[in-house]
Design a protein around this ligand. Structure first.
Ligand SMILES: *Cc1c(COP(=O)(O)O)cnc(C)c1O
Length: 378
């Protein structure tokens, strides 16, 4: 087994794995499961400060993004797609699939969305049913300030869909204060449960928009409305993956008990970035670093494959490369959730040091030592 220090899926704690192996009931018929599901959703609402409703859907993180677009988009709807990263731009595809007209607001992939520029744009054109924005766009690691962006959209009557799959629990999110209408999360990033579940936080406004559509939602599996009355009816639209949800609940409990989680992410991320720079490597971003992932340019003279395979084969550690426009250009270390652990990061950076030396790259200073020195400071 490799140690997975990737940008998700992340490492899974023993108690989460154990919870997934519990004996299970029939989740369609046993009302105890319905209560357990509701309780878990209530905890998710509490954790991210939502007065709307949280739902857990059986399907990978991508399902949540698609469900948000499927449930809101009607043919001909104009949808503002905030694009400063690969996932950001990707929302345009979901909008198109459901007959909407995506309008891209594209900005520099190496920095967060400039809120003033967005404001100026919206003053000229604000005729959008909803807008999509990614909190942490994982391929670059850029963090967008959704606490500024979403209220701006709300002031123009535009609903907001936020992908925080790789942000939440490693970066602060306050759904109500930020006026987020649909927040999308996944099980396998900072929550550190295995891949397979989507979580959605849906505002009453977003629910009303779905109910007041002129045309039916062109999906069943990605239709958020099918969950609306599950608790009153004690009936889910399809059989819930009970073992996955048992694991997710253990992971939610872990996060709830971890009062230091955001500060730890911040400290580990800052130490990692500084260690990378002092080593003579280059961070991909100019500003706007998410504390969940560090994205490093592939150094001159080396390839991503050389680094990734040496890390795997000689050091038994898996880190991420990238895809789409960043394929071959960057490598990524995921330090979110269970991966936000000093020991694991020290081990990963030590392996990176050795890997670069083995590959003949002139490392200016060992990353592990810098990292540990910085972690000692208060
Ligand atoms: C991981 C991730 C997703 C979900 O992608 P999967 O392929 O389902 O894991 C969505 N958005 C972002 C920003 C992500 O990092």
């Amino acid at each position: 087994m490799y140690k997975i220090m990737t940008a998700g899926p992340t490492q899974v704690r023993e108690n989460v794995r154990q919870a997934r192996s519990l004996e299970t009931t029939n989740p369609d018929l046993d009302e105890a499961f319905c209560e357990f599901y509701k309780e878990t959703c209530d905890l998710l609402e509490e954790l991210l400060h939502s007065s709307g409703t949280a739902y857990i859907l059986g399907g990978e993180g991508i399902l949540g993004l698609e469900a948000a677009c499927a449930s809101l988009t009607e043919p001909g709807d104009r949808v503002l797609v905030l694009d400063n990263g690969i996932f950001g731009k990707g929302f345009a595809d979901f909008v198109r699939i459901y007959g909407g007209e995506p309008v891209l607001f594209t900005s520099d992939y190496r920095r967060p969305i400039d809120v003033d520029q967005l404001k100026a744009f919206l003053e000229k054109d604000s005729d959008f049913k909803y807008a999509t924005v990614v909190h942490c766009d994982t391929p670059s690691g850029v963090l967008n300030d959704v606490s500024q962006i979403c209220p701006l959209l709300a002031a123009q009557g535009i609903l907001s869909v936020v992908d925080s799959v790789a942000g939440m629990f490693g970066e602060a999110i306050d759904v109500d204060a930020s006026k987020i209408d649909i927040l999308c999360g996944g099980s396998q990033k900072a929550l550190s449960a295995p891949a397979g579940l989507t979580m959605l936080w849906v505002s009453d406004k977003a629910m009303a928009a779905m109910e007041n559509r002129r045309t039916p939602i062109a999906s069943f599996y990605a239709n958020i409305l099918t969950f609306k009355t599950y608790y009153e009816d004690k009936w889910f639209p399809y059989t819930m993956p009970i073992s996955d949800i048992n694991g997710l609940r253990a992971a939610v409990d872990n996060v709830m008990a971890d009062k230091d989680i955001l500060r730890r992410h911040e400290k580990i991320a800052a130490a990692t970035r500084q260690a990378v720079e002092e080593a003579g490597l280059k961070l991909y971003l100019e500003t706007g670093f998410s504390n969940t992932v560090t994205v490093i340019e592939v150094p001159e003279g080396l390839t991503d494959t050389q680094i990734l395979s040496t890390m795997r084969e000689k050091h038994n550690i898996m880190i991420s490369g990238c895809f789409d426009v960043l394929a071959g250009k960057v490598i990524r270390i995921g330090h979110m959730g269970e991966n936000a652990c000093e020991e694991d990061m020290a081990q990963t950076l030590a392996a990176m040091d050795e890997t670069l030396v083995e590959l003949g790259w002139p490392l200016a200073r060992g990353m592990k030592d810098t990292f540990l020195r910085l972690m000692e400071k208060e």
